[in-house]
Design a protein around this ligand. Structure first.
Ligand code: ARG
Length: 416
């Protein structure tokens, strides 16, 4: 029988460390680990050493930040994609890219299967496996967390000790944390009670609004076709812009989200998010669209934003509908150029100014001064025609208004 060779999506945390060893034992397999750098700060130090020590035959650590920002995050930003109008989807956007990196290694290394460390009740398993199904349908996907014998972290730690797998000596966080450049997702522990306000130690990258500076910080963001390209007057790469903005906005307490959300698999879960740059950029981008998008396009795009967010959240990145929607979104973004000035202050992002060469705001039409060029008389005919259908309806179905001594009443002839 051919020896199994398995590519494992590896973070270096407890679960994926156990997976590397467990797969070797169970399938007598060679294991290749794949770790993606999506801009997470903490986790990557010492990862390759750890993977080799755990028994990996080959170790890949890949810097995916640029691809993540340019091909995933900025598409979602242009789309205005916020799941349930709130969550910028750092975790959800990262999964298809990690799955793609995993598949690429698996094909290069001629692996017989891939494996991931997502649990059996979350969204991430769906995102991973749907992506693999789309990109390499012949590859087997192994999901140890759905069928191994361990029932608790303690049992996993005991397994690590038995097999001399390096596990962090530091006290473990009571939370489950997933982090990348677009945001941090925090759940479990006390956070599972939706009535409990998150304790201070739940937050990883933002200061509390109370402790934020007493003076606001102003930031200007320049957009080109819906993509942020400049910060405070300087051209800057997407990756750098997001890192810098995370620090500035996070220091002002901006980007904290406490959300009870609907998982794809039907469970409601409570998650804390910290996404300082994502919240600021979505806000600024939306403000620029208010100035530059034609009314019908803007209203239509609001529906597309909702659909696009659902696609990302539900793990349908690699499906034909997503690029089809990208085509629509990119068309709308051609005029989304300009600069937005935002005010970051004690947890809030406010608009401080916006300007655009494509601005549809026409002072001569908007003004109430003598500069006004709007044809007020034209409104009369417009409203006559605009209201004709309702006027007809009420003429036919009611007796109209009857002024009574005690007041004014409308009486319907029939129930309508
Ligand atoms: N609820 C989020 C999502 O499905 C985040 C999931 C991961 N959360 C975590 N704390 N590990 O996208």
């Amino acid at each position: 029988m051919k020896k199994e060779k398995i590519a494992v999506a590896y973070s270096g945390g407890l679960d994926t460390s156990v997976i590397v060893k467990w797969l070797q034992e169970k399938y007598n397999a060679d294991v290749v680990t794949v770790t993606g750098n999506l801009g997470q700060k903490k986790e990557l130090v010492g990862v390759p050493e750890k993977a080799y020590k755990t028994g990996a035959k080959k170790v890949y650590v890949q810097d995916l930040q640029k691809e993540f920002v340019e091909e995933y995050i900025f598409r979602a930003l242009k789309a205005g994609a916020l799941y349930e109008h709130t969550y910028p989807m750092a975790t959800a956007l990262g999964r298809p890219l990690l799955a793609k990196a995993l598949v690429e290694v698996a094909l290069r290394e001629k692996c017989t299967a891939v494996a991931h460390g997502c649990t059996g009740k979350g969204n991430d398993q769906v995102r991973f496996e749907t992506a693999v199904a789309a990109l390499a349908p012949h590859l087997k996907v192994l999901v140890p967390l759905r069928d191994w014998e361990f029932k608790s972290r303690e049992e996993e730690i005991a397994y690590c000790e038995k097999h001399d797998i390096p596990v962090k000596a530091t006290k473990d966080s009571p939370y489950s944390i997933d982090e990348n450049i677009w945001g941090t997702s925090i759940e479990c522990g006390i956070l599972e009670d939706p009535m409990v306000e998150p304790p201070a130690d739940a937050y990883q990258r933002t200061v509390s609004p109370q402790e934020a500076p007493d003076k606001p910080t102003y930031v200007t963001i320049e957009f080109k076709e819906g993509v942020p390209v400049g910060l405070n007057g300087k051209k800057i790469s997407g990756v750098e812009l997001i890192h810098v903005l995370n620090d500035i906005a996070g220091a002002n307490g901006v980007g904290r989200i406490d959300l009870v959300e609907n998982r794809l698999i039907g469970i409601k879960s409570r998650e804390i998010y910290e996404a300082p740059a994502a919240v600021t950029l979505h806000f600024a981008h939306r403000e620029l669209e208010r100035l530059t998008l034609e009314k019908e396009v803007m209203h239509y795009k609001m529906k597309i934003s909702h659909d696009y967010a659902t696609i990302i959240y539900n793990g349908l990145w690699f499906t034909p509908l997503r690029p089809a929607l990208d085509a629509f979104i990119n068309e709308t973004q051609k005029t989304v150029n300009g600069t937005v000035k935002v005010k970051l202050y004690k947890g809030n992002v406010d608009i401080a100014g916006r300007t655009s060469p494509n601005s549809l705001y026409d002072t001569k039409l908007a003004t109430y001064t003598v500069e006004d060029t709007f044809d007020h008389k034209a409104s009369e005919g417009f409203i006559k025609i605009f209201s004709l259908s309702v006027k007809t309806y009420y003429r036919v179905n009611t007796n109209g208004f009857k002024a009574k001594k005690k007041g004014i009443k409308t009486r319907l002839k029939k129930k309508v």
